[in-house]
Design a binder for this molecule. Structure first.
Ligand code: BJW
Ligand code: ZN
Length: 254
């Protein structure tokens, strides 16, 4: 498939690039998405039972164990060529004196593992667990916890520091992301179904503020009719080709 030439031109000429990623960028690393009809997490589990504060209050053991299983699964996963391409794009942008902001809805930290810097995490991280009593947070990189729920030294219950439905996103992350979307001249929407707000609102904002918007996704999204360019394909294949064709930079690391 030939890449749209305008997408290459926009990448070369953009002064401020903002990128929003979703679960699709990590799919090729072996991490399930949420809404894929067959393999998505929400095809097998009800989010109301696992991804709300009410679910955690009802059954902290079940919810903690489920998130710990996901944490351990992600520990075995490596960034793919899509993550590496975005890390390379950031370094190229910085070298050219351009603005670059990477905003992710993902909780896996594979962007950081690929070398991306200053990643804005809208929905938190699977690796950080927080005490609901004293608020203390700690990174947990070890093996499965085994006993659930986890307890803090203060006696409080600890939870994964992810953002569940009905919870506010980290305010500073949202404001940084909104500023980047509004001031971008090129906005890339990569591997997100774009149905979860306020993250999906960033795409709307970029469109309204006049950025060129490029969607890379296997499937249509609610914004497909509104964006400037769509590339249907796997981000792990499309993003390295875009970076290579725009800048001659070969993405090698896997
Ligand atoms: C590929 C690919 C490949 C596959 N290459 N592509 C406005 C309107 C309607 C509702 C709301 C609204 N504002 C707020 C709401 C409510 C709610 C919401 O949005 N609901 C809608 C779903 C109806 N939002 C919230 O509740 C948010 N909080 C909030 O608004 O609080 C208000 C408040 C303010 C002040 C005080 C208190 C409250 C919070 C949202 C939190 C979302 N959390 C989750 C779980 C995180 C933890 C965990 O990991 O378990 O975040 S839900 C889940 O969805 C996860 C994701 O980050 C998020 C987005 O999913 P994503 O990444 O788009 O994945 P998929 O699976 O949906 O899509 C994958 C895509 O990839 C697909 O398109 C594929 O085609 C594609 N793909 N392989 C390229 N190789
Ligand atoms: Zn505590």
């Amino acid at each position: 498939m030939t890449l749209p030439p305008q997408a290459i031109d926009w990448l070369r000429s953009a002064k401020a690039i903002a990128v929003l990623t979703g679960a699709g960028i990590s799919a090729e690393s072996g991490i399930p998405t949420f809404r894929d009809a067959l393999t998505g997490l929400w095809a097998r589990y009800d989010p109301a039972d696992l991804a709300t504060p009410q679910a955690f209050a009802r059954n902290p053991q079940l919810v903690s164990q489920w998130y710990d299983q996901r944490r351990c699964r992600v520990a075995d996963c490596r960034p793919n060529a899509g993550h590496f391409a975005l890390a390379a794009l950031q370094h190229i942008a910085i070298d050219h004196g351009r603005e670059f902001t990477l905003i992710t809805q993902n909780v896996d930290r594979l962007h950081q593992a690929a070398g991306s810097m200053d990643v804005i995490e809208l929905h938190g991280s699977l690796w950080i667990w927080r005490c609901i009593n004293c608020g203390q947070e700690a990174e947990e990189r070890g093996p499965a916890f085994g006993n659930y729920p986890l307890r803090c030294t203060c006696g409080g219950v600890r939870r994964p520091a992810v953002v569940w439905f009905g919870e506010a996103l980290p305010a500073d992350a949202v404001s940084q992301a909104q500023r980047a979307a509004a001031s971008s001249d090129l906005f890339l929407s990569i591997g997100t179904s774009s149905v979860v707000y306020p993250a999906a609102g960033l795409i709307e904002q970029a469109i309204q503020c006049g950025a060129k918007v490029l969607e890379v996704n296997l499937q249509p999204t609610p914004f497909s009719d509104a964006v400037d360019c769509i590339i249907r394909g796997r981000s792990g294949e499309i993003l390295p080709r875009l970076v290579q064709q725009a800048f001659g930079h070969k993405i090698s690391g896997q």
